[in-house]
Design a protein around this ligand. Structure first.
Ligand code: NAP
Length: 272
């Protein structure tokens, strides 16, 4: 099912699509099904309280650890250098593997000093081999500029809420300019498909609304992270390769943008 992986600024490669596991504490089966059906990336987080379940799912899938791209994230309440270092070590123990492929600061909440302390701890985790690539989540350009101004290595990824209703264009433009890959969270608008354009395109292409949304994300150059806990949906959400949404139809989806007003999650990109 895969298209060519993307190359991160760290030199490592990352699949173009990942399984989200938020609000799925018992996610082992979902991870197993996803990996056995072509997915190669799992998007976890400490906040989701299922790092152990991710590990169980990867193991049960029979896919070798080195062929799976696993992400976790540190919560802002652990944003001190020592707090983040301890959180990372605990994540590693939960995974039962010596490294994460990608580890993110989950949000910019907590202020500049806290953000930079957490980020430095992750860079040191990378230096000691616990993390392959370091990134951020829910960061606006302002938050990433702090990293650049501090002379630190730039994040490889910024994971933000991203779907046709909430395109976060200023952040996306900044990331493209700085070679930061944008991961799209809540790419399915959490199942809110009752929009006439989505319905029209679903009928036109004979694809599920979810597939239309994931395909839009891929064609825009994002790395979507659709979540499902249901095996048949996990499989169909990944069947998004080998066909295209035409340019005029992409533009119809683009026109649904309502900026940050279209956000359906916490979207804390404006944190001080
Ligand atoms: N960094 C952050 O702050 C942040 C925030 C939010 C999310 N994320 C990440 O992004 C992932 C995805 O975001 P999300 O979980 O918020 O939302 P999402 O992927 O947009 O939508 C998930 C919802 O859609 C339903 N769904 C999935 N496939 C479907 C289909 N084919 N037809 C109908 N309904 C379907 C799911 O229900 P079922 O499970 O019952 O199928 C679930 O309720 C998360 O799991 C997480 O990994 C990160």
């Amino acid at each position: 099912m895969v298209e060519a992986d993307v190359t991160l600024s760290s030199g490592h490669t990352m699949p173009t699509l990942g399984l989200g596991v938020y609000m799925n504490e018992e996610c082992a089966e979902a991870c197993q099904v996803a990996l056995q059906n072509g997915y190669r990336m799992i998007d976890g987080a400490r906040y989701y309280e299922n790092e152990v379940q991710v590990a169980v799912g990867v193991k049960k899938s029979g896919i070798k650890r080195e062929n799976v791209f696993i992400t976790s994230k540190v919560i802002h309440t652990d944003f001190t250098y020592d707090g983040t270092t301890a959180a990372l070590k605990d994540s590693i123990a939960n995974l039962g593997s010596s490294y994460y492929d990608l580890y993110l600061t989950h949000s910019p909440i907590g202020g500049k000093e806290a953000r930079l302390s957490a980020y430095k701890a992750l860079l040191d985790g990378k230096a000691s081999g616990l993390i392959r690539s370091v990134g951020v989540s829910n960061y606006s350009a302002k938050h990433i500029e702090e990293i650049r101004e501090a002379g630190l290595e730039m994040p490889v990824v910024n994971q933000i809420e991203l779907h046709p209703f909430c395109q976060q264009k200023p952040i996306v433009e900044y990331c493209i300019k700085h070679n930061i890959i944008v991961q799209a969270y809540s790419p399915l608008v959490r199942g809110a498909f009752d929009n006439p354009v989505i319905q029209e395109l679903s009928a036109k292409y004979s694809k599920d609304p979810a597939q239309i949304l994931v395909r839009w994300s891929l064609q825009r150059g994002f790395v979507p992270l659709p979540k499902s806990s249901q095996p048949e949906r996990i499989i169909s959400n990944g069947q998004v390769y080998g066909w295209n949404i035409e340019t005029a139809d992409m533009e119809k989806l683009d026109a649904l943008d309502r900026g940050t007003e279209g956000a359906i999650t916490w979207n804390p990109v404006d944190a001080d």
